[in-house]
Each structure stands twice: as structure tokens, then as C-alpha cells.
Design a protein around this ligand. Structure first.
Ligand SMILES: [Zn+2]
Ligand SMILES: [Zn+2]
Length: 362
């Protein structure tokens, strides 16, 4: 197949308005582009920022959102035919591979990057047109309990914390503190545990904490009933008891909330490393000089370079990172209501929207 007609999706026409169903004009891949028949597309708080919080998309509206995509390549442009028929994960950030940033190995900050649902139409759709470069191949035979649609969350909810944790150099001698054990943090806890670290999970939701303790967290702390002083004391006691020799906590802010960010920064100790993984457009007040006083490091990462996707996928295929308990599947048609529910933090799990290909005209 060289082009795809009859595709549909849900489009954001204006900020702070519900997404609307739309027909997509024939998708005709240019050289080095492919059309992916979407199996699933995860809903991220970045989408919520675009839809409700006035965060501008780089491509002007109207735009189909969604950047956490898995599916099957059903059409390929010149030079990309090797992907035809293959199951893939589409990276949330697809660097150009030729600019100075890319050549310096900093593809995530490539200014010519393509992010589906930001630089062009995304995955809240039956089909999406994306560059072939960076696609992550998925084996045809998946272990029991895994499906191609579920693997969509790897494109951001798994790989973004994976990259943050990888950059921190986290290992067996470290204590990792994951602030926010929700749609991203639940995976962060498991990745940190898979790398051998002693893991603390902090959240305000009992069920999330329960799940985190079943999936690798050695200590869970409820920030809704414990103040910062109490959290600090509990983390310190846990660190001591874990007998890890690493200097300084490795703290990962994955809640994407001002309260979580305040907690994460407040936990800094001598030699600490703080990675900001969650996103919120809101700001917080903090004493930046704590970085200096603690000789600490704070950093962030915009997604994950495509070359790290296979390693993150492997953690899932090997069963070291469970996806199923942390996700819930909904029909793509529910997109308007689901986006609102995610915006209100009414859903505990990462939502995956799934188009019904049986209902398509073609
Ligand atoms: Zn995202
Ligand atoms: Zn580039």
C-alpha cells in the first residue's frame, strides 16, 4: 500500500475546547515516511497541557494530539519499505539526526525534531503519518499478557523515566526516590528496581502506593498525611537500613504537580541528584541556592533518544517492568471525555486510546 484513505481521528480545534472527531485526508507518505495503523495511543499530561492549559503546540491548531503510539506500518514512502507490515513503537521525540545537536548526541533537544501531536497530527487517530527514522521494531510474538496496543505507553511513559534514570547513572549502590507513582512514576519505580537500586515511592494516593510496593518499592510514603520533615526522616531511615554506599539520593520528580516538585526539591541531601520528569505549566517557589549548599545536581530530559527505546522495550519484554496493572484501555471514541477526566486527575492509571479498525470503511 502506498497511501491510506478513510482514516479518522480526534482533533483539537482551539485551546480549552473538547477534541472533535474528524476525517483525515488521504495519507500519502513522502520518502522516508510511513503510515502507522494505530494500535494504541497513551494519553499524557502534555496532551492535557495543550488541550486545557494553554500550552501552545508547535504546529498551529487544529491538530490531532497524541504522542504515545504503537501500531503497524501499513504504507511506506520511498526508502522506508523495509518497515511495511512491521509492528512498531513510534518515539515521542523523533530527532532529525543531522543537525549540530543530533551530531553531538543530543537528539532530544534537536530543533528539527518531529513530535507526533505537537509538530504534526498525532496518534488519537486510526492512522498517523510519521518519519521512519527512529521507529522501534516490536517482535511479532509477544510474551503472554502483552499486546501491541499496551506497548504504546513505552513511547514516553516508560522511556522518559528510563532516560532520566539512565542519565542519573542509577545502580545497585543507590537509593532512588520516585515522587509521584502514577502513570509515569509506576514505571519509574520498576525501572529503578530493575537496575538494582533501593526504591522509595512517594504519592498522595493509597492505591498507587500499594501498587508501587508490589512492584519494587521498598518503602512507600503517603505525602497526603506526612509533611516534608516526616518524609525526610523516613527516607533517611530507609537509606540507612538499605546499607547502600551511593552518595546522595537520586530523586525523580514524576508527579508533574507543584506539590510533587516542592517535595522532590525539599528532599535534596548532600550530593543529591534531582531529575524532573513530570510536566506542569505551573511554577513553584524554591531556594535554588540549596543546590549549591548540598553540592547537588538538578536536571531534566525532553523524552528519550530513539536509540534507547530497544533497551526500555527489553525491560518490558523480560517482565522486569509490568505494564498491565498501570494502564487502562478505552475506545478512541471516548477521547473527549477521557481527556477531561485525565485533566481532572480522575483516572488513576495511564489511559490508552484504542481505535476500532473493524469499524473503518477501508
Ligand atoms: Zn508525554
Ligand atoms: Zn537534529
Amino acid at each position: 500500500m502506498t497511501s491510506v484513505g478513510g482514516a479518522y481521528g480526534f482533533r483539537l480545534n482551539a485551546p480549552s475546547s473538547p477534541v472533535q472527531p474528524c476525517e483525515i485526508p488521504v495519507l500519502d507518505p513522502s520518502p522516508e515516511e510511513v503510515v502507522v495503523q494505530v494500535a494504541g495511543c497513551g494519553v499524557c499530561h502534555t496532551d492535557i497541557g495543550f488541550a486545557f492549559d494553554g500550552v501552545p503546540t508547535r504546529h498551529p491548531l487544529p491538530l490531532i494530539l497524541g504522542h504515545e503510539i504503537s501500531g503497524r506500518v501499513v504504507a511506506a514512502g520511498e526508502g522506508a519499505s523495509r518497515w511495511l507490515g512491521r509492528s512498531v513503537i513510534v518515539p515521542a521525540v523523533i530527532p532529525c539526526e543531522s543537525c549540530p545537536a543530533c551530531r553531538a548526541g543530543r537528539g532530544t533537544i534537536c530543533r528539527r525534531q518531529f513530535m507526533p501531536g505537537n509538530d504534526g497530527d498525532g496518534g488519537f487517530a486510526s492512522h498517523v503519518l510519521v518519519p521512519a527514522r527512529g521507529l522501534c521494531a516490536v517482535p511479532e510474538h509477544l510474551p503472554a499478557g502483552l499486546t501491541l496496543e499496551i506497548l504504546s505507553v513505552i513511547a514516553d511513559a516508560v522511556t522518559t523515566p528510563y532516560e532520566a534514570i539512565r542519565r542519573s547513572g542509577l545502580g545497585q549502590e543507590d537509593v532512588a526516590v520516585i515522587v509521584g507513582a502514577g502513570g509515569v512514576g509506576g514505571f519509574g519505580v520498576q525501572i529503578a528496581a530493575a537496575l538494582g537500586a533501593a526504591v522509595v515511592a512517594i504519592d498522595v494516593d493509597r492505591e498507587r502506593l500499594e501498587l508501587a510496593s508490589q512492584h519494587g518499592a521498598g518503602l512507600v510514603l503517603d505525602a497526603s498525611s506526612t509533611d516534608l520533615k516526616g518524609l525526610k526522616a523516613a527516607v533517611r531511615a530507609f537509606s540507612k537500613g538499605s546499607a547502600r554506599k551511593g552518595i546522595g539520593l537520586k530523586i525523580f520528580e514524576m508527579s508533574g504537580t507543584p506539590a510533587g516538585q516542592t517535595t522532590a526539591f525539599g528532599l535534596l541531601d548532600h550530593g543529591a541528584y534531582l531529575a524532573v520528569v513530570g510536566f506542569t505549566p505551573k511554577s513553584i517557589e524554591l531556594r535554588l541556592s540549596n543546590l549549591m549548599a548540598f553540592d547537588a545536581t538538578a536536571c531534566g530530559n525532553w523524552g528519550c533518544p530513539p536509540n534507547q527505546y530497544p533497551a526500555a522495550l527489553l525491560l518490558v519484554l523480560e517482565g522486569k517492568v509490568a505494564l498491565a496493572p498501570f494502564i487502562e484501555l478505552h475506545a478512541l471514541e471516548e477521547a473527549p471525555a477521557i481527556l477531561e477526566a485525565v485533566a481532572k486527575h480522575a483516572l488513576r492509571r495511564r489511559v490508552i486510546l484504542r481505535p476500532n479498525h473493524g469499524a473503518m470503511k477501508h
